[in-house]
Design a protein around this ligand. Structure first.
Ligand SMILES: [Ca+2]
Length: 507
């Protein structure tokens, strides 16, 4: 037995190089469709959503409090978001939209699936179909995409989990030793939010079909969000988009019963997703692969569902601009959080950094591995957001530290909002102090801070944030300018009027 150490050393030297590859980390990337960060207790302690498996991921890894999608030039916010996730490129540099002409050709060959195939990973994807990035999706070696938004095992979220479990089973049967990159996407909680009967019952919700009447109230329904409003106080440039007027179960309605029922439907779909994630995590634990797997949980963008009188994803309030974000895996301390200041477009660089893979030249995102490993609190100071899928130029926002500016401009509309998110995290407006609104939401007293844009005490901060927004618009190649900005010699893209000089003075 005295020769055992020498034998072990000889064995170690004899390990072939590809076995070393097998110790590279797996990546399980979980992406849900349309989910506000405030649906979760780890981002909002008042939430009534039960999500024990996702909560355990949060407790076992890092919660990123400042994760955002950069925005959209289309009502289908999912589509540019998913292009940014796959390619690591910024919103005006995608193969779709106004920046398409300047985008490198064959970009899909430098998207997540292709990059990880070249690195020797086993790649698999399941997700919804449509409003996505088809050319990039096809790069994964195994693809099972179908839109599953029903309330049964075959028609709902369980279908996506079954595809991942089947894949893991085949991998085990074939003794595939390669590390995996699994893109585990869901079609929910995007509408139509047809939950399973038992989960709908748990949240007091019904799959409401009668456009002429509100759904029944139920004591198990979640309360109204604190920043609910019966209507948005002004035209934000896209009030008639499908998500604001045509979602089955809500339509144009914003009454308490409709919104509380719809939140129940959203939670029923989100808890089902949580259950499905639990099945996959249990399998990875059983096969011994969990400890060497980085797990990412996020959404393609947030969602309003009654907040600020809005229903959809076509706005830049925090409930919609921000996304939930958890990362758990080797080297990440459990139960930690950081601002991060990350975009979804930073994911590709981060996946590559964690796996020791060189990110492609076309990538514009930054790795947030230093944040995950506790070396940095954030990877940038300033965050920019855009929505201009409706009237042009639409909405722009910029955030630095606790301060956030949102500008709205389209023919007939010019509005400015300035928030200190530390003092006013729900972005309360004057309308939240209306006694009839406050009676339903429990909104704070009227002395509570609201939009500060018209307050002369904050004029210097407003000017500073406006300068910051212009700098970001220039840096990122935003093809539009607002009427209070220099036009920079730009010719507005086709599809709308860039400038509205009828009412240029900000309110
Ligand atoms: Ca979406």
């Amino acid at each position: 037995m005295k020769h055992l150490p020498a034998l072990l050393a000889a064995f170690a030297l004899a390990v072939p190089s590809d076995a070393a590859d097998s110790r590279r980390p797996n990546i399980l990337f979980i992406l849900v469709d349309d989910q506000s960060p405030f649906d979760f207790k780890f981002h909002n302690p008042q939430s009534t959503l039960d999500s024990p498996n996702i909560d355990r991921l949060a407790a076992g890894g890092m919660v990123i409090d400042g994760a955002y999608h950069m925005g959209s030039f289309s009502g289908a916010v999912c589509t540019p978001s998913r292009h940014m996730i796959m390619s690591g490129r910024t919103v005006w540099h995608l193969p779709i939209g106004p920046g398409a002409a300047a985008c490198p050709p064959d970009l899909e060959k430098n998207t997540v699936g292709a990059v990880f195939n070249r690195a020797g990973y086993a790649t698999m994807r399941t997700c919804k179909q449509g409003n996505s990035y088809a050319a990039a999706n096809r790069q994964f070696s195994v693809v099972h995409d179908q839109t599953k938004r029903g309330g049964t095992r075959e028609t709902g979220s369980a279908w996506h989990a079954d595809r991942v479990l089947d894949y893991l089973g085949e991998r085990q049967a074939k003794k595939d030793e390669r590390p995996f990159f699994i893109y585990f996407g869901f079609s929910h909680p995007h509408d139509v939010r047809d939950g399973t009967p038992e989960l709908l019952a748990k949240y007091g919700a019904a799959n409401h079909k009668d456009k002429s009447a509100a759904p029944p109230a139920h004591p198990k329904q979640a309360p109204l969000p604190p920043n609910w409003l019966p209507a948005h106080p002004f035209d934000n440039s896209h009030m008639d988009v499908r998500d604001e007027v045509a979602v089955s179960g809500v339509w144009n309605r914003r009454d308490e019963a409709t919104i509380r029922n719809e939140i129940g439907r959203e939670y029923a779909c989100s808890e089902n997703i949580d259950i499905q994630i639990g099945r996959v995590l249990a399998r990875l634990e059983k096969t011994g692969e969990l400890a060497n797997t980085y797990i990412f949980y996020t959404a393609d963008h947030g969602m309003a569902i009654g907040r600020h009188g809005l229903q959809g994803k076509q706005n830049l309030y925090e409930h919609t601009w921000r996304v939930p974000m958890i990362v758990k895996g080797p080297g990440i301390k459990p139960g930690v959080r950081a601002p991060g200041n990350v975009y979804l477009g930073d994911l590709l660089a981060t996946f590559c950094d964690l796996a020791g893979v060189t990110s492609p030249d076309s990538n514009e995102g930054g790795s947030f591995k230093p944040v995950l490993f506790g070396e940095e609190q954030s990877i940038r100071d300033t965050l920019y957001g855009v929505y201009n899928g409706g009237a042009k130029p639409g909405m722009r926002c910029v955030k630095r530290g606790d301060w956030k500016l949102i500008e709205y401009e389209s023919p007939g509309t010019r509005e400015t909002q300035l928030f200190n998110l530390k003092d006013n995290p729900h972005e309360f407006l004057a309308g939240h102090h209306d006694p009839k609104v406050a009676a339903l939401t429990g909104a704070p007293p009227a002395k509570h801070q609201v939009n500060l844009a018209g307050d002369p005490r904050h004029a210097a901060k407003l000017a500073e944030m406006r300068a910051l927004l212009l700098a970001e618009m220039r840096r990122l190649g935003d093809p539009w300018r607002l009427s209070n900005q220099p036009d920079d010699g730009l010719t507005p893209p086709q599809g709308g009027k860039a400038r509205n000089k009828r009412n240029p003075k900000a309110k």
